[in-house]
Design a protein around this ligand. Structure first.
Ligand SMILES: Nc1ccn([C@@H]2O[C@H](COP(=O)(O)OP(=O)(O)OP(=O)(O)O)[C@@H](O)[C@H]2O)c(=O)n1
Length: 383
């Protein structure tokens, strides 16, 4: 296979297999790199399984690091290729492949470039067919339901009826697995080439109502194509929740253990998308959203509803008309305000700054030091 002989990545791959062989260990390339090779996709990273133990591996590749996930891995970079090596744990390669989820992931290649393909994974990759390695593959790890949809979304695989049947049968067990694995897998699904296709399939298997039992929009069988019309992960989450009619966004994302920062940005964009769907931007809402969120909300609102007029240029024009874009653009500092009032900074100062921002945004006062300090003094004297 030419791609293998010519590319730097495959030279790295074979040199590692040969090194391990010289030390007397069995070693095979497995997983995504083989799938990507057959699908002519870009090489991402390299997974190797070997009969060597992690300790022995560390001796052979001293600069590599040991990563302790649920199974310990040896990880290293070689000629810019990320390589992860895991143990066969005294099991045969055949047992290792049999324990995998789908036939497209249960293929191996040895140091001589020979394929080991007991489940016809190469054929399935070429036909883009997703089939189970064993009938109980989904039962042994229900996360594989989401992996199926993610692989479909990433490679346009078609799930064979056995996959759909097993996923439907096991869907009730999905919520029993570690919540962060669900969040992580949904993130990966959203980042895949055709997230809408994967999501549609999950819905057809009745899986979305298991993931989001309170969602009110699922009876209307949503069309998920809007998911492919937005770019960022945050936008995809927001569009997803709107299509499902899921209101309790923060609760859902926290449950799936998404990072705090991600929970906040998704929740914020969800909120402003809702506002934008209800009405066009007013100055206060636009200021509250800020440039980044306002532009993103404009996009998500359009994708969700054709009837929303406006567009990016319009938001940019409205933003340009705002006297300030954030508190730091006020022409007075908090200390100048406190000196002018002759009072130590305290909670009153935060309230005053908020009121001042709104007065500037509402154009009641010019953003210039003199008028701002006069406004502050008058307000102070009033209260
Ligand atoms: N729940 C899981 C997770 C992983 N695997 C197996 O472990 C391999 C590696 O998993 P992962 O690193 O998550 O890779 P992929 O999901 O396949 O993605 P990629 O290969 O593109 O990194 C997979 O190919 C698959 O054979 C599995 O059978 N069941």
């Amino acid at each position: 296979m030419n791609a293998m002989n010519e590319s730097k990545e495959w030279q790295v791959a074979f040199s590692i297999l040969q090194t391990l062989k010289r030390y007397g260990h069995e070693a095979y390339i497995v997983g995504g790199a083989l799938r990507d090779l057959l699908l002519k996709e870009a090489f991402v990273d390299l997974d190797i399984v070997t009969s060597a133990t992690i300790c022995e591996l560390k001796g052979i590749f001293p600069s590599a690091v040991i990563i302790r996930t649920n199974i310990p891995l040896l990880s290293m970079r070689k000629n810019d290729v990320r390589v992860e090596i895991s143990e066969l744990h005294a099991r045969s390669l055949m047992e290792n492949l049999r324990a995998r989820d789908f036939t497209v992931n249960a293929v191996a290649l040895n140091e001589r470039g020979e394929w080991i393909d007991p489940f016809h994974g190469q054929r399935d990759i070429e036909r883009r067919e997703l089939r189970l390695v064993r009938e109980d593959s989904i039962r042994s790890d229900p996360l594989r339901i989401l992996r199926a949809s993610r692989l479909m979304a990433a490679y346009h695989f078609i799930a064979d009826p056995g996959v759909a049947k097993a996923c439907r049968a096991q869907r009730g067990h999905l919520n029993a697995i570690a919540a962060e694995r669900i969040g992580e897998e949904l993130n990966r699904l959203f980042q895949s080439r055709d997230a809408a296709y994967g999501m549609q399939w999950l819905d057809e298997q009745g899986i979305l109502s298991i993931l989001c039992p309170d969602a009110s929009g699922l009876h209307k069988t949503p069309v998920f194509s809007p998911l492919n019309k937005v770019d960022t992960l945050t936008e995809k989450w927001v569009v997803f929740f709107y299509l499902l009619g899921e209101k309790n966004v923060r609760h859902r994302l926290k449950k799936w253990r998404l990072s705090k920062a991600m929970v906040n940005t998704v929740h914020r964009l969800f909120f402003y998308t809702g506002k934008r769907l209800m009405a066009t931007w007013d100055r206060r809402t636009l200021y509250g959203a800020g440039e980044k969120t306002a532009l993103a909300a404009e996009k998500t609102a359009h994708v969700l509803s054709d009837s929303v007029p406006g567009g990016e240029m319009n938001v940019r024009k409205l933003l340009a008309e705002l006297p300030i874009l954030n508190r730091h653009e006020l022409a007075v500092s908090p200390l100048e305000i406190s000196a002018h009032i002759e009072r130590e900074p305290g909670p009153w100062l935060g309230n005053m700054l908020r009121a001042l921002e709104m007065a500037v945004i509402d154009k009641q006062v010019k953003n210039e030091k003199g008028p701002l300090l006069t406004w502050v003094k008058e307000r102070w004297d009033e209260t």
